[in-house]
Design a protein around this ligand. Sequence first.
Ligand SMILES: *Cc1c(COP(=O)(O)O)cnc(C)c1O
Length: 469
Amino acid sequence: MISAAPEKQKKLSSLPSVDELLKSPEGNKWLADFQRTIVGQAPRDIRASKRKDILSGRPCDMARDSLLRDIQSRILKNASFSLQPVINATGIVLHTNLGRSVLSEKVLRNVVAVGRGFSNLEYDLEAGNRGKRHIHTKRLLREITGAEDSFIVNNNAAAVMLCLNAMARDKEVIVSRSELVEIGGSFRVPDVMAASNALLREVGTTNKTHLHDYSNAISENTALLLKVHQSNYRIIGFTEDVSITELVTLGKKHHLPVMYDLGSGCLIDLKAYGIHSEPSVQEIVRSGVDIVTFSGDKLLGGPQGGIIAGRKKYIEKIQMNPLARVLRVDKLTIAAFESVLMEYMDEKKAVEEIPVLKMLLQSPEEIRARAIRLASRLRKALKNEHFDIISDSSRAGGGSLPEVDFPTFTVSIKPSLISVNKLEQRLRNSSPPIITRIKGDALILDARTIREHEIKIIIGALTASLMQV
Ligand SMILES: *Cc1c(COP(=O)(O)O)cnc(C)c1O
């Protein structure tokens, strides 16, 4: 070890000890306001970082006041939550990195009500004995989707894995090669299949799979015919695939169950809103499929969850599987689901009350009006900067509706004094963080996902970020 030069040594020894810092009037105030462990850690962190600066010869402010300020901000940082709300100005409604679905106040009120005390989660109030947790959502899901029975697990990946394990363990599952997709990095159909101990029997080619490809592959080892929604990708051109109706007919002929991993799982008919690419869950159930699985926090607009809906006889088998217990959802999730599903009893209301649907289906005029409000207030607050309103398009996100362009309006800023990257970084580090995107040399704020009450916060953060050079 190289010993520090004398002037460095001198600087090092002038660093006040942790004890000394905690005994100061400031230290006493921190101890009154924050947990002892957090207060105790901050001076150590700051001491260590100052020590590093001194030893590497970096300039370092050793004044007592500045040291105390550093410690104070470190305490505030250590005492704040890591998971926190952010403002989504990307225009992507189902942003997996930003928590996918936003829940309504009404849904959150139900979560609070159930979480605050005890509940009848697994208690049958009529019989006065043990009940089942999935009954709370079963009636609503039957009303909405038409499926006989249902079961909710941790997420759709879990739903697929559980169904495969329960219905096809050590047996073959026939899937088209065009549907062996990867979704969001960690969900790959062949890997989920392997983890669930089902044997993948792939048929057809990447671009074309015919009904006879499935029927030729059926043997006494076959347990299931599986269709997987391609979600985030499309094969275009010379293509052919087998419809769910044809698969159902084939399954019936061979007494084999048919399952559809729908991914997004939309509970309203999007055709009424000009979107023709996504069949609703109801349509899939009507096709006669035995099991359908879909996410709770994609187009449904609920909490994270995987919904398994279909024939009672298979749902019962699935519930008996040991993985069902491993993958079950908690009471807060069930409370949120029950409340969101209740909105679907009236489709008009669902579109108004469920934030995901509202953000996706709002009219371009509404988005434009919000972009104009944002831009005009920004122009007033920041007279030396230039703001443009630009017509653009946003994507749904989360692998949902990949080929649908949702017309939107953005506010574009080319900062005059700092780089666009610096501005993006400052907004990301403001409180609450504001997540934006960069297009060329402009920062883009997409009005689709910005909520009315966030406009004021965005203006404050942009003002602070652009004033500081
Ligand atoms: C999104 C998706 C999944 C994974 O769902 P999670 O709820 O994110 O676990 C599985 N399959 C398909 C087809 C999907 O689109």
